[in-house]
Write a protein that binds this ligand. Sequence first.
Ligand SMILES: C[S@@+](CC[C@H](N)C(=O)[O-])C[C@H]1O[C@@H](n2cnc3c(N)ncnc32)[C@H](O)[C@@H]1O
Length: 222
Amino acid sequence: MKSFLGCVAFVLAQAPLTAQDHVARDRHEMHRLHQDPKAYIAMLEDPKRDAYQKPHEVLTALKLKRGEVIADIGAGSGYFTFRLARHIGDKGRVYAVDISPEMIVHLNRRIRDFKLKNVVTILAAPDDPLLPEASINRFIICDTWHHVENRTHYLGLLRKMLKRGGEVVMIDFKKEKTPVGPPLEMRIDRGDLVREMEANGFRLAAEQTFLPYQYFLVFKLK
Ligand SMILES: C[S@@+](CC[C@H](N)C(=O)[O-])C[C@H]1O[C@@H](n2cnc3c(N)ncnc32)[C@H](O)[C@@H]1O
């Protein structure tokens, strides 16, 4: 529930261009979203998001290889999951990992409707993505890390789940005022994230700076 509320806050903060002026509208929106996860999914999938999320540029920067195995942690509606799946081909696999049963049902429906063979959903635990050891080439964690509790423990699991040479891609909102994104107090500062990763066996291997509101960091094992 905590993470769903966090996501609601993310969505609400995502809509300031329409809602920044009215607290009452925010409350109304929050109530509606509490009652209706589909509305939340629709907002995550809002085509207007592409303008700042730049999914095509993100996927190009990742230089995905056909056949690789990716885990999209906090897959949500599948905004990145399904784009990733198109790039890695039928021999690859995307694990769409989420703790929200509503998101998993939504993802499963899309997988069935689009007859996808390379996407597998995982209804995970908040402190464990429940993936096999040494199975993942790349973790993609977009707008989700700030929801994860006990992150030291979680990073220990990610280390075990990575294949040799694998990486963890973190995309999240800069801790500064931006027109979209979660409340500042929920955000993780870029420097703090780098320090957290370094303290847990990772090193910053690459960084992309083309996203206007988010940092985009790539970590590998030390
Ligand atoms: C803001 S949404 C981001 C969704 C997606 N990554 C995107 O960029 O559109 C965060 C998602 O993370 C999920 N989530 C929160 N805590 C999680 C955890 N500990 N493990 C896996 N998923 C989590 C939520 O249920 C939600 O679907």
